[in-house]
Design a protein around this ligand. Structure first.
Ligand code: THG
Length: 373
């Protein structure tokens, strides 16, 4: 952990909202928090490295309630959701999740939530860290749509890792093994209302339990911890190490409103040829036709072990700035320093090299296919 990530205390007041699992996470030994969607979210328990190995080897449970939901209902709900994202939703089934970048009229990325379709005209957008609720309300108002938009009392708890499925099967029954990736089912556990989705912000597999009534936060947390005991479950958090190794992007770190989906590898989720109109369609067509001037790439950083960046690290070639490291970690799996970086397009071929200006000195960087973006 960098000193800058641990030293300043965070003043906890009403604005820094607490997740329904907050007390339980403190009792489980959460040692640090970040603020995400105006809510406190744990960032590590034992240590980022020890937490990582629990996730990789066994199973890990995460308070990700800060992935707040935007609930959209009403006769125009589908119309609104399709306006908000370039992803083609014409085949999105009830009970299905979709990763849906939201873009503005210039093609700038507003957020990259997971969409859940609960009914024909009932959706949740499970947000990354930006104010998607206000954007959705503004768009609905501007287009005169007949929808209701709110933040429901819904809080995801992720169970990730190779033994996650066994834990969830012991809790709910063998039937959960048939839930496919990015699909979900509604269920209750001793009266606790939930949605069980096969999803989560790691590539180690697992589920997300969306708690639909915050008063059960501690009870659900403790039930998962109990069910996970035989499998060596440990409390954890979205892992900054695993997600860099796996090339999972973090909004606010690897992309902002200044970026378009083609720069950050999310072009594959944009269908510009679909007949419906969505916000940013014309802008994205122009961007695609012109080609992007910069792009996110995987990078290997030479030299001794780094401890991850908590600000952007400039990238230079022959003394000229050509980009920045957006995220990085020492990879415990590959035993090398890995990064995600936004780099001028001329320097994005595999094997391209450049200088990375870290706070501790200049390092050599090489464009690499790990992490794969
Ligand atoms: N779960 C929930 N909400 C979230 C996240 C989550 N909100 C914020 C953040 N994470 C959003 N970011 C991502 C990024 C990638 C994925 C999920 C959320 C992901 N993508 C699949 C993949 O890369 O294989 C593709 C999914 C698809 O094809 O639609 O899993 O983790 N509730």
């Amino acid at each position: 952990m960098l000193a800058t990530q641990t030293l300043p205390a965070i003043g906890i007041v009403q604005r820094t909202r607490k997740s329904p699992f907050f007390d339980a996470t403190i009792q489980s030994g959460a040692q640090g928090f970040t603020v995400y969607n105006h809510m406190l979210m744990p960032i590590y328990y034992e240590s980022p490295e020890a937490d990582y190995w629990h996730l990789m080897n066994n199973v890990s449970m995460w308070d990700v309630a800060a992935e707040r939901q935007v609930e959209i209902t009403g006769p125009d709900a589908f119309k609104l959701v399709q306006l908000l994202t370039p992803r083609n939703l014409s085949k999105c089934k009830i009970g299905q999740c979709k990763y849906v970048p939201l873009v503005d009229e210039n093609g700038g990325i507003i957020n990259d939530p997971v969409l859940l379709r609960l009914a024909e005209n009932h959706f949740w957008l499970s947000l990354a860290d930006s104010d998607g609720l206000l954007w959705a309300k503004g768009v609905a108002l501007g287009y005169g749509l007949d929808v209701t938009i709110s933040e429901p009392d819904v809080s995801p708890l992720a169970i990730q890792g190779p033994k996650a499925e066994d834990v969830v099967a012991d809790m709910f029954g063998e039937w959960i093994r048939d839930i496919r990736f990015f699909y979900f089912k509604e269920a209750t556990l001793d009266g606790i209302p939930l949605i069980i989705a096969r999803s989560g912000w790691s590539k180690q597999g697992g589920f997300e339990l969306y708690l639909r009534d915050g008063k059960y936060g501690a009870e659900l947390w403790n039930k998962v911890a109990e069910a996970g005991k035989p499998y060596g479950i440990a409390p954890g958090t979205p892992s900054g190490i695993e997600r860099v190794e796996s090339g999972l992007l973090s909004y606010g770190n690897d992309m902002t409103l200044e970026n378009n989906p083609y720069e950050v590898g999310l072009g594959r989720y944009c269908d510009l040829d679909q007949p419906v109109d969505f916000i940013g369609k014309e802008a994205l067509k122009a961007i695609k036709a012109k080609g992007v001037s910069q792009k996110l790439v995987g990078v290997e950083i030479a030299g001794e072990r780094i401890s991850g960046n908590s600000s952007y690290w400039p990238i230079q070639k022959d003394g000229v700035e050509i980009g920045k490291v957006t995220s990085s970690a020492y990879s415990l799996r590959y035993e090398k320093n890995l990064a995600i970086a936004m780099v001028a397009i001329e320097h994005t071929d595999l094997g391209s090299t450049f200088d990375i200006i870290t706070p501790d000195g200049v390092r050599n960087g090489t464009v690499s296919d790990t992490p794969k973006l």
